[in-house]
Design a protein around this ligand. Structure first.
Ligand code: BGC
Length: 344
């Protein structure tokens, strides 16, 4: 072997060595990535207290399970949410948990995720017109039924204000559908007179306040009951009633078991709320994501919900009615909130 050949051989050996080291480093890295599951979580807002709790629960639970959870919050902005989801996909998430601000436009985000081989869980709000892989929520028609049954029991006749949630949110439709099962027959029989029936854009309390003001003016302050879809909108409507000295005289519904709503319930200005344990919801979503990342799937016991395109496999948790009679038991004894927070 001459000098030149030896040189070439040594060079070839060095190159081969570097090559093997790089390949094994790459494989190791890939394996490591596979061992830790990365979940992307896209939330629509943190405005309502419940979404803050969803986020906290999921972060804590993911940590406990050794999951890498990447969280993005879009503040009720569909465009921003779309950008954030794309960003999560670029970061190589294994599964995407998506609670859409806009239930319809989010369908394209499901497609984008699927293009990257990423399965999508529709969280709390159903993503319409899409092939979303799983829907985890509460029985939302059931939420509406609890509200409708409660308010029509309290006020079986009289002047009603019927508010519903954001038109961009499929849940708003379901809540109203459930409530109207109780209210509509009484409208049809002439017992209930609807003074105002309106959706509250973006679920914003200040929009509910404005609508309630309109209803009070229109009826000369003669409102007997208010269907408010959640605690935030109930808070706005109660503020408008308080300005007329009516808070506490007019039964009004709510939903979410927010601390301010619990305080109003014990004070008597809000009649009820619907408790949805978002701690359970958050954990269920993380557990499902973990299974799906391993090409497994949670047992949905044949339950599906149609989203205009397909029957989406669904896990639906149970909502509970809370009023001043059971608030201590349901919200305080369960550790959801503290007595000192409720009774100020
Ligand atoms: C949720 C409610 C919440 C509302 C406003 C709905 O989709 O189910 O719990 O109050 O959005 O954020």
């Amino acid at each position: 072997m001459n000098k030149k050949m030896r040189k070439i051989l040594t060079l070839a050996l060095v190159v081969a060595l570097i090559g093997t080291t790089m390949v094994s480093w790459f494989l190791k890295k890939k394996k490591k990535k596979k061992d830790t599951v990365t979940i992307g979580l896209s939330l629509p807002t943190q405005r309502e207290e419940r979404w803050v709790r969803d986020k906290e629960t999921m972060e804590a639970y993911a940590k406990e399970k050794g999951i890498n959870l990447l969280v993005q919050v879009s503040d009720a902005d569909a465009k921003l949410q779309a950008n954030q989801v794309e960003n999560l996909l670029t970061q190589g998430v294994d599964i995407l948990i998506l609670a859409p601000h806009d239930s319809k436009s989010a369908a394209t985000l499901v497609e984008k995720a699927h293009d990257e081989g990423v399965k999508v869980i529709s969280y709390d709000r159903l993503i319409m017109d899409s092939d979303v892989d799983l829907y985890i929520s509460f029985d939302n028609i059931g939420v509406g039924r609890i509200q409708g049954e409660y308010i029509t029991n309290k006020v079986p006749q009289g002047n009603y204000v019927i508010l519903s949630g954001a038109p961009t949110d499929n849940n708003a439709k379901l809540f109203k559908q459930g409530a109207m099962e109780y209210i509509q027959p009484l409208i049809d029989s002439g017992k209930i007179n609807v003074v105002l029936e309106q959706a509250v854009d973006n679920w914003e309390p200040k929009n509910a306040l404005r609508l309630m003001e309109q209803a009070l003016t229109k009826s000369n302050n003669k409102i007997d009951a208010v269907l408010a879809p959640n605690d935030g909108t109930a808070g706005g409507a109660i503020e408008a009633m308080a300005a007329q000295g009516l808070a506490g005289n007019v039964p009004i519904t709510g939903q979410d078991a927010q601390i301010d709503a619990a305080q109003r319930i014990v004070k008597g200005t809000q009649s009820m709320t619907v408790f949805k344990d978002t701690r359970e919801l958050g954990k269920a979503a993380i557990d499902a994501a973990l299974l799906m990342a391993k090409n497994d799937f949670p047992n949905t016991e044949g339950k599906t919900v149609n989203n205009n395109k397909t029957d989406v496999k669904s896990l639906l948790l149970t909502p509970f009615m809370v009023d001043k009679d059971n608030i201590d038991k349901v919200l305080i004894d369960s550790g959801y909130m503290q007595k000192s927070q409720v009774y100020k």
